[in-house]
Ligand binder design. Structure first.
Ligand SMILES: NC(=O)c1ccc[n+]([C@@H]2O[C@H](COP(=O)([O-])OP(=O)(O)OC[C@H]3O[C@@H](n4cnc5c(N)ncnc54)[C@H](O)[C@@H]3O)[C@@H](O)[C@H]2O)c1
Length: 255
């Protein structure tokens, strides 16, 4: 296999659909062998240089088991893409749904921490150590999201995970970065993406005037996973059509 990721083994969590699927396909196109860990069947993506592993990351311990299975199957792990996530609303009120909050945090953040811990152990087991983690965050790492407190906290946490591990392992050949997508056309956004009126409302708020194709997110992920990003660590690259740039200031209204 040729390509800038030839010889690398990558694990993409949540790679059965949406952004994760586009990332898995892009990493394979760049020469990597890819494992997908997902609660959904990933056989439509798997085949050739891609293999699916069943994992329910809402279950404590599942992330560690998943990384162990991938290392066992391929004998190495070079790249971890922490992508699996859900975006259910968690309205903030007196009857705050603590169980729903914990469930979202477990999938979006805690499983990412556990995958990172197991992946870093595999990265350090080779001599010299080397490895790359890309955390799929969101513009909501930095932009608040009322009505979705757990989601916003999970993505803020992804930013902290990225920067903290990047600093901790910078001198041991391990890079940790994030990608923060804006509105992207995946199952997560089916409700508005398939309704032309609602989609127009969403796209009016995006400075570039359109939602992203998952492949546009995957391109940034593959770059950060490759040696072309060899001197980049601890950064979240927002791939969002300008959504993180205070879109309401696009036309001046303040003076
Ligand atoms: N679509 C967007 O607009 C957008 C924007 C910013 C960030 N993101 C982030 O991108 C990531 C991917 O989302 P997407 O838009 O591709 O959504 P998606 O629903 O298409 O994909 C999410 C994937 O995660 C998997 N998953 C969900 N729960 C799981 C569990 N318990 N165990 C294992 N896998 C599980 C799903 O099966 C699915 O394959 C998420 O972290 C999401 O927060 C998406």
């Amino acid at each position: 296999m040729t390509g800038r990721l030839a010889g690398r083994v990558a694990l993409v969590t949540g790679g059965a659909s949406g952004i994760g699927r586009a990332v898995a396909e892009r990493l394979v196109a760049d020469g990597a062998v890819v494992a997908i860990g997902d609660i959904q069947d990933s056989s439509a993506v798997a085949g050739g240089h891609c293999r699916g592993f069943h994992a329910d990351l809402s279950q404590p311990g599942a992330a560690t088991t998943l990384v162990g299975e991938v290392v066992q199957a391929f004998g190495q792990l070079d790249i971890l893409i922490n992508n699996a996530g859900i975006a259910t609303p968690t309205p903030f009120s007196a009857d705050f749904d603590e169980a729903g909050y914990q469930h979202l945090l477990q999938i979006n953040l805690t499983a990412s921490v556990a995958c990172a811990a197991a992946a870093i152990a595999a990265f350090l087991a080779v001599d010299p150590p080397r490895g790359v983690i890309v955390n799929i965050s969101s513009v909501h790492e930095i932009v608040p999201k009322p009505g979705y407190l757990a989601y916003a906290i999970s993505k803020g946490g992804m930013g902290a995970l990225t920067r903290t591990l990047a600093l901790e392992y910078a001198d041991r050949g391990i890079r940790v970065n994030g990608v923060g997508p804006g509105a992207t056309l995946t199952a997560m956004n089916q409700r508005w993406a398939e309704d032309p009126d609602q989609r127009a409302v969403v796209e009016r708020h995006i400075p570039m005037g359109r939602a992203a194709d998952p492949a546009e997110i995957a391109g940034a992920v593959a770059f950060l996973a490759s040696d072309e990003a060899s001197y980049i660590t601890g950064q979240t690259l927002h791939v969002c059509g300008g959504l993180s740039l205070y879109a309401d200031f696009q036309k001046n209204w303040s003076t």
